[in-house]
Ligand binder design. Structure first.
Ligand code: NAI
Length: 399
């Protein structure tokens, strides 16, 4: 159980790029990073594309006026001249900016925590992975839902054979908030999501399903996709070629099959985020909107609902518990869990503690790269007439 006591010697001096006043995701980063007062201290930022608004915002949330910078380049340069300069930066800007900011941050000697989808191409991902390795830095990726400890319970139960051999994998991340094009014209955050120059080669495959794909890998690290078929649509025609709905069929190397549905045009749906794993002995099912519960079904026996924080859960699950079973936990706690692991990873990296790094389960650069490859494979299939394609895990490395 976590109670905010320190896990590392002192908090990291932390900055943000983006995540300002009008941003959708910025507060999730802060609520995650600052939950345990012992892991991060927000000391600087280039919070906004609008420098004035960014400064005003930074001051409002308690950052020293002199450390609210007009842009990330100025911030990296000026912070490097300070003895108490920043050590890590989170990048919470639109997709098309991640690569250049991440590269600049690593070159400035910083650890990086970056939004998903990480970059547009796996070549960029490999390049940044090599750069991070040369610099001895961590790149964490904010798959924010993945800090929910019940996912670790699923991982442990699958590992312990509680559902037998995995046969079917059902993944879904859908909502209906883009059922029409109203926000495409009025919301800054939606406008860039449907513009390939900023969003990249996909809309919902990158925006939504990269989360669920990573969570499936977290739950079933041994499961590798052999081939997939992706069928994507732009029901709001102006979004083409970017999809607002997609179905993906998967064949895994062990003979299991799976399907993923991702959509922002699931009209009326507030939060359809679900993972169901069906095995030869039993099944496990988790819904994001009931994130403290896990359904465990064994054929012929009463269905069990496992509840967060109870002593019958696996130690790996309860290690990330914060509030106790009498109270509700949610997305903020999930973010706090991954941010704490980013801090532990960065601290271990600084101390060359490879043993800790090897055993720490968190969304790292490889998880980010896998998300890029997931999108690449889906788009390749869809744009090839929705045909089956072999899943390419790694293209020829550039370095
Ligand atoms: P948004 O459009 O709501 O906010 C973007 C923010 O970045 C704004 O504050 C804007 O002023 C700022 N910005 C843009 N360019 C900048 C630059 N060069 N320097 C400094 N600030 C800059 O976008 P939203 O929805 O917050 O998404 C941002 C990123 O977070 C995207 O990559 C998105 O995919 C991801 N995201 C992740 C979520 C998660 O659960 N992990 C949830 C929502 C978004």
């Amino acid at each position: 159980m976590l109670n905010g006591e320190k896990k590392i010697a002192r908090p990291f001096r932390w900055a943000m790029v983006g995540g300002g006043r009008l941003s959708q995701v910025g507060y999730k980063h802060r609520t995650g990073a600052l939950r345990d007062n012992t892991a991060f201290k927000l000391v600087a930022g280039a919070f906004d594309i609008d420098a004035e608004r960014g400064k005003e915002f930074g001051v409002n949330i308690g950052v020293d006026e002199n450390r609210c910078y007009p842009d990330y380049k100025t911030m990296f340069a000026e912070e490097a001249n300070r003895e108490d300069g920043i050590e890590v930066v989170s990048i919470a800007t639109p997709n098309g900016t991640h690569y250049e900011i991440c590269k600049a941050a690593l070159e400035a000697g910083l650890h990086v925590i970056c939004e998903k989808p990480l970059f547009f191409t796996s070549e960029e991902g490999e390049e940044i992975k090599a750069l991070a390795a040369r610099k001895g830095k961590i790149v964490g990726v904010t798959y924010g839902f993945s800090g929910n400890q019940m996912l670790l319970q699923m991982r442990a139960m699958i590992e312990q054979g509680k559902i037998g051999d995995i046969r079917m994998v059902e993944l879904q991340y859908t909502h209906g908030f883009s059922a029409n094009d109203a926000a495409d014209k009025t919301s800054a955050a939606q406008k860039w999501r449907v513009d390939p120059k900023v969003a990249g080669p996909s809309f919902v495959l990158g925006d939504l399903s990269t989360h669920t794909y990573y969570m499936s890998q977290l739950i079933m690290p041994q499961m590798k996709i052999k081939k997939l078929l992706c069928d994507r649509q732009s029901f709001v025609g102006s979004r083409a070629p970017l999809e607002d709905n997609a179905y993906v069929l998967m064949h895994y190397e062990n003979g299991a099959v799976g399907r993923l549905w991702t959509s922002s045009v699931n009209t009326g749906c507030m939060d359809g985020h679900r993972i169901r794993i069906v095995g030869s002995k039993g099944s496990l099912e988790w819904w994001d909107n009931l994130g403290g519960e896990l359904k465990y079904e064994v054929q012929g026996e009463p269905t069990q609902t496992l509840i967060r924080a109870m002593p019958y859960l696996d130690d790996s699950c309860n290690a990330d518990e914060r509030l106790g079973a009498l109270h509700v936990e949610g997305l903020s706690d999930s973010w706090a869990n991954i941010y704490l692991k980013f801090a532990i990873a960065m601290d271990a990296k600084n101390r060359n503690d490879e043993e800790t790094l090897k055993n720490l389960v968190y969304p790292d650069i490889d998880a980010g790269l896998d998300g890029i490859r997931w999108i690449e494979n889906c788009v390749r299939s869809a744009d090839n007439g929705s045909t089956w394609v072999e899943f390419e895990y790694k293209k020829a490395a550039l370095v």
